[in-house]
Design a protein around this ligand. Sequence first.
Ligand code: SAM
Ligand code: DTB
Ligand code: SF4
Length: 347
Amino acid sequence: MSEILKTANPINGKAHLAETPRETVSAPEIRHDWTSQEVLALLTAPLLDLVDEAREVHRRYHADGGVQLASLLSIKTGACPEDCKYCAQSAHYAKTTGLKRETLLDVDDVLNKASIAKDAGATRFCMGAAWREVKDGDAFDSVLAMVKGVRALGMEACVTLGMLTQAQADRLAEAGLTAYNHNLDTSAEFYGEIVTTRTYQDRLDTLARVRKSGVQVCCGGIIGLGESVEDRARLLETLANLDPHPESVPINALAAVAGTPLQDRTPVDPLDLVRMVAAARVMMPLSRVRLSAGRRALSKEAQILCFLAGANSIFYGDRLLTTANNDADDDLALIEEAGLSVEAPSP
Ligand code: SAM
Ligand code: DTB
Ligand code: SF4
């Protein structure tokens, strides 16, 4: 932060921190050459200036005001060999979290849940497995059958299964998978503080294989891990400099799970989540920005501010993977109250 310029906030005349002049912050075109300084300037701009800018981009590219409802299901829970410090499912913290390990759900069971989610209004069904990486064999074959079944219901299908080989990504594409979720979580610099059992480059390599297979990329991160605003800026910089941009960008706030090393982290300021959503919207105008974990801790007003700042997708349904999510009826009422609409299934 040493070279930071102090520029005047046009609203209250007070100084605010920015590394670049305001004019350079306005860049609604699709770009893949963001610098850390530009992103930091966005994240530290006066809040309403940032929200205004994000709103302008959002209205230009997403005039319909649709919110996508994505339902999430843990198809294989717990006993993951990775040591992600935020995660309830890591085997490393199983003694303290007490999370019960489960085997892969049956295909029929999963498709039944997808069908229930569809009837409740969801258009995307996301399935998460607590795996470090995919192994070829019966379990992967079952996941392929789940993907085919979800697509046959007329829903978008997304899976998050850990690392993939190119051949596995190609098989998921053949099965009709819409999107693969694989988050970068935070900056490359801070990553080692959170995960030691894989590298940032491992994540980027899997993302490149997904892109090559033709499956859409769903990639975002988490705030509230103990990272700095510079780390948040570098995460967004890395995401926006992927070419093309990820089609969807989940922005999570840490759901602090008892028994994990991050259980006592200070809860994030909801306005920091608004800033992340807004900056993601400005930087990745066409992407879906999904307001993800941590939404349950937000007031109605904070959620509406996130929609105003460009969020256009939420996880919908009572549960995320291992933690509770907002009530589905409350979500539908909130979308209506905000004057937004539930996105219809894509043809
Ligand atoms: N094992 C796979 C992987 O890591 O890619 C898939 C499942 S993992 C649970 C999917 C993502 O959820 C993580 O990358 C992380 O960004 C997010 N996540 C997991 N636990 C979280 C928590 N407690 N709070 C917020 N986000 C979380
Ligand atoms: C994402 O970015 N967030 C979702 C989904 N992708 C897989 C997961 C959130 C998990 C929250 C903690 C839990 O329920 O265990
Ligand atoms: Fe495993 Fe994914 Fe949890 Fe990390 S985030 S411990 S890889 S399930």
